[in-house]
Design a protein around this ligand. Structure first.
Ligand code: NDP
Length: 313
């Protein structure tokens, strides 16, 4: 007879690993599938200063490595597979299809697939990814040492990317579409104290010019026809994220922006035995700590759900 797991966790960001730590300590039979970016978006974050317990800050990849080690210590099996389809069934058993064509059966699922970086969706953008266009300064900044570069966005991520680049590159333009930044005040203060960062408020990118690699950008002022040519070798996008819910479309309740809908004060989805945690269901807080928190909630709710199944049997 085919093995039926107690819980399958999909995703390996703070939500997925926290869920795994709790599920493992509850001695439930489980597996965590990492998805395409083991460690999630945080591995692309250079310095995390607001995760409690690290007064000196911590590198994103190190934090995620520690999450992983802690889950493994308690017995979580981690596989680097992608889940490509799910058959949510109503008889208490769900079936997951992996990218190696294997099918896995489970009583519960924790979806912690996170979010992926947004693009501007303008001409030439996709063609120049890896040739001057990037969503990760920590990963790609090194290739633009001593060059002029641009960061797009005015949130915490954009400012963090700019601070990282300011130590490597010559001049960093931060291009912000509004007249103010969305980032926290402490990050804004830091930016104003860095000499090689130049802020361009009320500008949006209109054109990306370059054949084989990025040559320059054309920006336009939002409230006039003023245009600016910005000579940069790289453009780092930091304009927010979209939830990774493509495989769940028409299978689970999503909101109009594609986030998984969960019951109030809970990680329960509309499907019994299926729970969602982290950025895939959270468009408000989107912090590593809140993701970890909902991962913990999901694990506790899985335990309760499995106990209720035991009572039924
Ligand atoms: P945010 O959603 O907070 O910010 C996105 C930024 O991009 C905003 O300035 C937004 O402008 C701008 N933007 C969105 N779409 C476009 C567009 N099409 N063209 C131009 N600009 C655009 O995302 P972040 O990734 O910065 O942050 C996500 C979460 O992670 C936040 O909660 C943040 O606090 C957290 N975070 C914390 C860090 C830390 O503590 N060190 C580091 C990084 C992130 P507008 O304001 O006009 O909408």
């Amino acid at each position: 007879m085919k093995k039926i797991f107690d819980c399958i966790i999909i995703g390996s960001g703070p939500a997925g690993y926290t869920a795994a730590i709790y599920i493992a300590r509850a001695d439930l039979n489980h597996i965590l599938y990492t998805g395409p970016i083991p460690g999630g978006q945080l591995i692309k974050t250079n310095e995390i200063e607001n995760y409690p317990g690290f007064p000196k800050g911590v590198k994103g990849y190190l934090l995620m490595e520690n999450f992983k080690k802690q889950a493994e210590k308690f017995g979580t099996k981690i596989y680097f597979n992608n889940v490509i389809d799910i058959n949510f069934k109503l008889n208490n058993i769900h079936e997951i299809l992996l990218d190696n064509n294997k099918k896995i059966q489970t009583k519960t699922i924790i979806i912690a697939t996170g979010a992926y970086p947004k693009y501007l969706n303008i001409d030439n953008e996709k063609a120049l990814i890896g040739h001057g266009i990037s969503t990760c300064a920590t990963c790609d900044g090194f290739f633009f040492k001593k060059k002029d570069v641009a960061v797009i966005g005015g949130g915490d991520k954009a400012l963090e990317e700019a601070i990282f680049l300011s130590k490597l590159c010559n001049r960093i333009y931060i291009i912000i579409r509004k007249s103010k930044m969305r980032a926290s005040k402490i990050m804004q203060k830091k930016i104003y104290n860095i000499n090689n960062i130049k802020l361009l408020f009320n500008f949006e990118i209109k054109k990306i010019i370059g054949k084989k690699k990025l040559e320059y950008l054309i920006c336009k002022k939002n409230y006039s026809n003023e245009e600016k040519k910005i000579n940069v070798k790289a453009m780092f996008l930091a304009i927010g994220n979209s939830p990774n819910t493509n495989i769940f479309k028409n299978k689970i309740s999503l909101d109009k922006n594609g986030y998984i809908l969960t019951k109030k004060n809970s990680t329960k989805t509309n499907i019994p035995g299926v729970f969602a945690a982290g950025d895939v269901k959270d468009k408000i807080y989107r912090q590593a700590i809140t993701s970890a928190g909902t991962g913990c909630m999901a694990a506790i709710e899985v335990e309760k759900y499995l106990s209720s199944l035991d009572l039924e049997e």
